[in-house]
Structure formats: C-alpha cells, structure tokens
Design a protein around this ligand. Structure first.
Ligand SMILES: *Cc1c(COP(=O)(O)O)cnc(C)c1O
Length: 461
C-alpha cells in the first residue's frame, strides 16, 4: 500500500466508521464470543508475499467487529466510559497522518505548545489554581507512577535514582482502600512495596479518615519508617468514593508530605461548578490526575496531570543524553522530562478539537444529563421488587444488588450481559457482590439509560 492507495482506503474507512457508529444500537454491547474463537480463525503465520488490501479488509469485516465489546455503544454502562467524541476521532486521524514523536520541543513545536495551552484551558475549566501546569500522559496509571516515583526520590533526596534502593530507609505511602489498583501498582513498581502502601481507614462515607491518616504517619515515624507521600482518591472506581481533600491535604502537609490526587474518572465532572464541592480543597494538592479519555470525550489515550511545581518530577524523570540535546534549553519545555516514556504521541490535538467542537457548555450539558439520568435510573431500579440500591449515585455511578443475595445478583449480571442491550460490570462492596452502573457514553440518551431498568425488570419476572 502506498499513500495514493491510503487516500482511497481512508475514505472507505471513514464510510465504514460512520455506518459502524450508526448501527451500534443494533449490536449487543458486550462481545458474544468464547475465548479462542477469534484466534482459531486466523492463520498460524504471517504471509511471505504481500496480500491485496481487498482481502485484508474483507477479513477485518468478517472477523473483528462482531468479536469486539463496543466501548462507544450508547448503552455501555460498564467500568468507566472511554469516550471517543467524533471530533476527537478526527484529530486522531490527523495526528496519525503526521505521526510525530513529541518528546522534545524541537521534535514537535506545535504539539508541545498546544499541550501547554490546552492543559491550561482544562485547568481553568476545572477551576484549579493558575499556578498548576499540565502535561499529558498515556494513562492515569503512568501519571500516578510518575507522582509516586517523585515522592520516593524526594523522600530519599534523589539517592534512589543515583544509588538504587538497597540500603535506603523503608518508605511509606498512604491511600485508602477505595483508591484504584494503579496506586498499588505504583507502590510495587517504584520499589516501595505493597506492604509499605498503608490503606488508611475510611469514614462511614467511604472517604479517608483524616485523623487516621495523622495517626498512621505518626506511628510509622515512631517505628522508624520514612513516610514519602499521600495519594488521595476523588471518585474511586468501585463506588465513586471521595476522600475529604481539605482535611487530608492539610494533614499531609502538616507532616511535610506531598499529595497526589487521583481524579481519573470524576475529574471531568469538575468542569461543572455544582460538583466541585466534592473535591473542595484540591487546590492545595501537589499533583492532580484527570483522564479526559474517560468522561470528557478525548479518546484514549489522554491523561492530564497537573503539577503545582514540576521541578521535583522533572528532576526525577528528566534525562538528557548527548543525542537528546537540542537548542533552546531553558527557554522551551521538553515534555519527555515530565513523563515516563521517551516517545510521546501528539495527544494535545484531540483535546484541542474536543474542547472547541463541543465547547465547555456542550461538555457540561452531557455530564449534567448523565448525572441526572443516573439518579433517575437508580430510583426506577429501587422501585422494582427484589432490587435494592447498595451505594447511591456518586455523580453518575451507583451500585445495586438483588435482595436474594450474592449468587442471585451474580446470575442476574450474567443474564443482563448475555441479553446484550446494555453492559454492566460488578464490584465487591462491604463484602457483597454488587452490580455497578455508570452513565457516561458521550451520545447516550435518557431512553438508553432507562433501558437498564427495562432489562432488569424483564429478567426479574
Ligand atoms: C480508570 C482509573 C484509573 C486508571 O486509568 P488508566 O488511564 O486506564 O490508567 C485510575 N484511577 C481511577 C480512579 C480510575 O477511575
């Protein structure tokens, strides 16, 4: 294939994409295939000779779409959304065509400066203070790892980077049991260790107890550990729990510890002023991560980390071998010093397109609808005999279960997903198996959301 053929096939791909999206409501949301089905239909080895594009395309249509779970389906209420707004898809096409490595200002001046400008737009839209600066990572997992590595090096006076971790004091990190597993992964990968990630007890509302945080830090210091930092949760993945930001950040700072806030999912909702009370106090954090690739519509991958002072993270992650030296040092920003991989995709383009093509008003309207419809759906489910809401809506996320117990709830979830009209997933809460519902697809309607009630009602009969 050459670039002339690419032009023709791209047009065909655009038509295919249009029809795929137009037909999504007629497809089951979750792939209805068994493990191994797809692999069994593929040849064992790559072809020696070039194959015609027609054949490759025909196999794509025959093998792939029906064996995918459709994340852009308007009735995808599982996990969290991974929204790809049409304007984001267009920006990705253009970024794909340019296919640049955006590691240094010099290797991608427009991408670097656009990243600075649009993360500033997003910061202001979230009402974060103007002294935060943003950078774009591939995922919240790596943003949190970057923050935890920085906590580690700060606590060790950068001796970990220089000499390795052997013989260093045992570090401690603090988070709550409601925080995402990416915090556990960061503790492991950063060489701090799972056992040194302290899960601070939570209050009745499932937010971290600030007094318990104070006690845990003091007890660790008395026992000879070196506390390194606190990771707070603003919208946990299980049930949408929020730690009390102001009290926990004050406690951490009183103990001279930096704070990273994981708002990967819920952060997008903070473009709406009426939801910001949920993370009151976040302005004093040292680092905040938000995933526009979840609820906002800038497709995966697009994670924004806001840093109060990037110097410590740059000192932790930045490296300038001879072959990366470029003119303008000190004058320009080389974003590879802020994030883990050297290579960086042109991710700011899709955020720019999304913010402009829908406007903050359009994005707020969607999020407000989702929150309102989640509340309405929770009420409708609660009205069904034998169904109970376990955790009330936190923004657009709530959980429910059947009165008949865990086995019945689990069987109900399997039947809901086999039915295919909607897709839901599970978590455990206070020892119970519960079904999660999050309302977040970019173009879902109220009717799409209320389909959950219809499906559950039918299956209860
Ligand atoms: C989704 C999620 C993550 C992980 O996000 P990735 O970008 O997939 O790494 C982390 N924390 C929270 C609260 C999340 O909802």
């Amino acid at each position: 294939m050459d670039h002339d053929a690419l032009r023709d096939w791209s047009k065909r791909a655009a038509d295919w994409a249009h029809d795929y999206h137009a037909g999504l409501r007629d497809r089951p949301v979750r792939a209805q295939v068994a493990p191994g089905d797809v692999a069994a239909r593929l040849p064992a080895a790559a072809p020696e000779a070039a194959e015609p594009m027609e054949a490759i395309w025909a196999d794509f249509e025959a093998l792939i779409p029906d064996a995918m779970t459709h994340w852009q389906h308007p009735r995808f209420f599982a996990y969290f959304p991974a929204n790809a707004a049409p304007a984001s898809m267009l920006a990705e096409q253009l970024a794909n065509a340019i296919a640049a490595q955006c590691m240094l200002w010099q290797t991608a001046p427009a991408a670097t400066e656009l990243e600075q400008v649009v993360t500033g737009w997003l910061r202001d839209a979230l009402a974060l203070p103007g002294d935060f600066t943003g950078t774009i990572h591939d995922s919240a997992t790596t943003a949190t790892l970057a923050a935890v590595l920085t906590m580690r090096e700060r606590a060790l006076g950068w001796a970990g980077n220089a000499a390795g971790l052997a013989g260093q004091p045992a570090l401690r990190l603090y988070t709550s049991a409601q925080s995402h597993s990416s915090v556990d992964k960061a503790a492991r990968v950063a060489g701090i260790g799972q056992e040194n990630l302290v899960k601070v007890p939570v209050r009745a509302d499932h937010g971290m107890c600030p007094d318990a945080l104070v006690r845990a830090i003091a007890a660790d210091r008395a026992d000879g550990f070196s506390p390194a930092g606190v990771v707070l949760c603003a919208g946990g993945t299980g049930i949408g729990a929020f730690d009390p930001m102001a009290e926990c950040i004050a406690a951490a700072h009183a103990a001279a510890l930096p704070v990273h806030v994981d708002a990967a999912w819920a952060g997008s909702a903070m473009i709406c002023p009426e939801f910001r009370h949920r993370w009151d106090g976040v302005a004093d954090a040292d680092s905040v991560v938000v995933n526009p690739h979840k609820w906002l519509g800038a497709q995966f991958d697009c994670t924004v980390q806001f840093l109060r002072d990037p110097a410590a993270q740059i000192r932790t992650l930045g490296l300038k071998p001879d072959y990366l030296q470029s003119p303008g040092a000190g004058e320009v920003t080389d974003f590879n010093d802020w994030t883990l991989p050297l290579g960086r995709r042109f991710r700011s383009l899709k955020l720019w397109f999304v913010l402009r093509a829908y406007g903050l008003g359009g994005l707020r309207g969607r999020i407000r609808d989702h929150v309102a419809w989640a509340a309405e759906l929770a009420q409708a489910l609660a009205a069904l005999p034998g169904v109970g809401i376990v955790t009330p809506p936190s923004l657009s996320l709530f959980t429910f279960a059947l009165d008949a117990g865990d086995a019945a709830t689990q069987a109900m979830l399997e039947r809901i997903n086999a039915d295919g009209r909607v897709y839901l997933t599970q978590t455990r809460h206070d020892g119970r198996f519960v079904i999660r519902v999050q309302v977040g697809p970019f173009d879902c309607t109220r009717a799409d959301v209320m389909t959950v009630r219809d499906v559950v009602a039918e299956l209860m009969r």
